[in-house]
Design a protein around this ligand. Sequence first.
Ligand code: NAD
Ligand code: LMR
Length: 325
Amino acid sequence: MKTPVHVAVTGAAGQIAYSLLFRIAAGDLFGPHQPVVLKLLDIPSAERVLEGVGMELDDCASPLLHGIEVSSDPSDVFDGAEAVFMLGATPRGPGMERRDLLQVNADIFSAQGRALDEAASRRVRILVVGNPANTNALIAQRNAPGLAPECFSAMTRLDHNRAIGLLARHCGCNVADIARVAIWGNHSPSQYPDLHHALVKGRPALEQVDPAWYVDEFIPTVQQRGASVIAIRGKSSAASAANAALDHMRSWFLGTPKDDWVSMAVASDGSYGIAEGLMFSFPVAVENGRFRIVQDLPLNAFSRERLRLTEAELLEERAMVSHLI
Ligand code: NAD
Ligand code: LMR
């Protein structure tokens, strides 16, 4: 048996965690031969719920689950962690935008960034899911100067999956027939779901769909999907968010296919003219556990303008939390 990987999950008593933890314990993150230790963080008032989640994890009797540690102290939970899912944050309700949560959730990410700096493995891979995810990831990263910026990412994989699902349904094909969809920018309505490089059954997607459908239906549907789920379900996406978080981490640890990429919000290195340091979603490829932003994709005027708009929103969000970074 291999040495267990220590996986920390914040907001572990919440709804996304309830869809995530059991799948990690079942091997959906690292496969059927890699044991894990789960380190669960929530606030003291969630202690009883967390205890119940721990009981249910025990009752799954998973041979891969080599331990469960529960705490309300981030330093305990991040100690030695190699994978960290940061879910712990207040979700939005109907009528709110994700950025309305910025001031509510920002303090969580500065304090937990400091705790990561102090306690996590230097090789840790951190995924911020709590909204507004990109700017929360930026806050955490800036509060952890002892960790490389490449340790941090924010989740746009749910948007990526939504885009692939929608395109597949529209084209009447399987999601496996689709490649090279990209989400650029912020996990917000300003994000840019880009089909200019996408392939459906190996042929350019934009030769197979009506351009008006792409601009007037596809892009706004993906941008607004989170709000649509809240309006219909009454709560924000949870199972699909947990699924996307697993996809994100699995791609980061295990790599991406040679002829495809995934979307991840990572610290900009200036690629495509995006301001350095912003946590911006790019198409990324992963090899040997390291991601790289896919380079040299041609961007037409339409795409450049969309990138500029979502970058402007992230710059505004960064200015709103300048006191924390
Ligand atoms: P939830 O309210 O069900 O759970 C959040 C949990 O976080 C709660 O148990 C709460 O007690 C805990 N928490 C609050 N403050 C904490 C702190 N300081 N430390 C540790 N835990 C803390 O919410 P949820 O539905 O699980 O969603 C979690 C977050 O993920 C929300 O911000 C939501 O908007 C976001 N989200 C992001 C995406 C994405 O694609 N990036 C998708 C879905 C949801
Ligand atoms: C989503 O995209 O489903 C999440 O970010 C939740 C939300 O507030 O939309």
